[in-house]
Design a protein around this ligand. Structure first.
Ligand SMILES: C[S@@+](CC[C@H](N)C(=O)[O-])C[C@H]1O[C@@H](n2cnc3c(N)ncnc32)[C@H](O)[C@@H]1O
Length: 271
């Protein structure tokens, strides 16, 4: 086991926070060293100083991809914080269905992990519009910083235990059995979700049009306050007036530093 010195931890954690927003307090030292052991062993590094030099010097991009895959916590599951999905279906979509121009509904799932959250949104949209869906461009942009989870999401294959929280009709309509224990998201739903790698720390959000709905759940818990507030302001700027922001229930928005209006737990609105 390669141990980390105080100086090395400060260097690594500073780099991770500056580039990915993820704030590793001192008590996360064991977590960080544990998660990086395999990379160090495979590449033959016996200290973190050499590993850090390799990361900053690597021009291929592979070193940071492997680092990001290890340092991100990608925990997610179908129907997580399910009240949000029902609010989206019962309040947000009926409202947007009436006011959105040109049938151009823009939804962004901003830390989509392995796809459970954006696919659920796509299922809800499909069910809500029914036959009218044909006339809507309501593709969901799903982004994450980790290549590993984006690849899982694109495959859209989940074990039967993972899909168990989904309502029976959605399972029937939007999943097909593959192999003994797995289910795959149908093509119809898959093509409604566009996956892209995107770092929420980027200073410029490169979206041509603003969003009507943003799900940015359970990622800000890893950020410090300044990073979180700056992200919330960027989300505000790329949100349509009247649009809805969903964050994790363990997260909150400070009314003094943001113009988002509180609607109900972990749901906010740009007025
Ligand atoms: C705990 S998961 C949350 C997944 C889902 N939103 C949910 O609530 O179940 C957090 C996700 O945020 C992603 N993430 C962490 N830092 C990020 C950053 N700077 N930019 C984009 N995504 C990031 C991680 O890769 C991870 O997949």
């Amino acid at each position: 086991m390669v141990t980390i010195t105080n100086k090395e931890f400060a260097q690594m954690s500073g780099y991770i926070k500056a580039n990915y927003g993820i704030y590793l307090k001192d008590e996360k030292r064991t977590l960080l060293t544990g998660r990086l052991q395999n990379i160090l062993a495979q590449a033959g590094f016996n200290n973190f100083t050499d590993y850090f030099s390799y990361i900053v010097a690597d021009k291929t991009g592979n070193a940071v991809i492997a680092l990001v895959d290890q340092i991100t916590t990608n925990h997610t599951f179908f129907m997580r914080e399910s009240d949000h999905f029902y609010y989206f279906r019962d309040t947000v979509l009926p409202y947007l269905g009436k006011i959105v121009k040109n049938h151009d509904l823009r939804i962004w799932c901003a830390a989509s992990s392995s796809g459970e959250e954006p696919y659920t949104l796509a299922m809800i949209v499909d069910e809500f519009f029914g036959k009218e869906k044909l006339y809507w461009d309501s593709k969901i942009l799903a982004t994450d910083i980790s290549s590993k989870v984006l690849n899982i999401a694109k495959e859209g294959v989940y074990n039967k235990d993972r899909i168990s929280p989904l309502p029976a009709t959605w399972k029937m309509n939007y999943l097909k059995k593959v192999g003994a224990d797995n289910y795959q998201i149908t093509e119809k739903i898959k093509k409604e979700v566009i996956y892209r790698k995107f770092n929420l720390m980027d200073t410029v959000f490169p979206f041509k049009k603003k969003f009507h709905v943003i799900f940015c759940r359970n990622v800000m818990i890893y950020f410090d306050n300044d990073t979180k507030e700056s992200l919330i302001n960027k989300l505000y700027d790329c949100m349509e007036n009247g649009g809805f922001l969903f964050i994790g229930h363990a997260e909150s928005i400070n009314r003094d530093t943001s113009d988002f209006k509180y609607i109900q737990p972990a749901v906010y609105r740009k007025e």
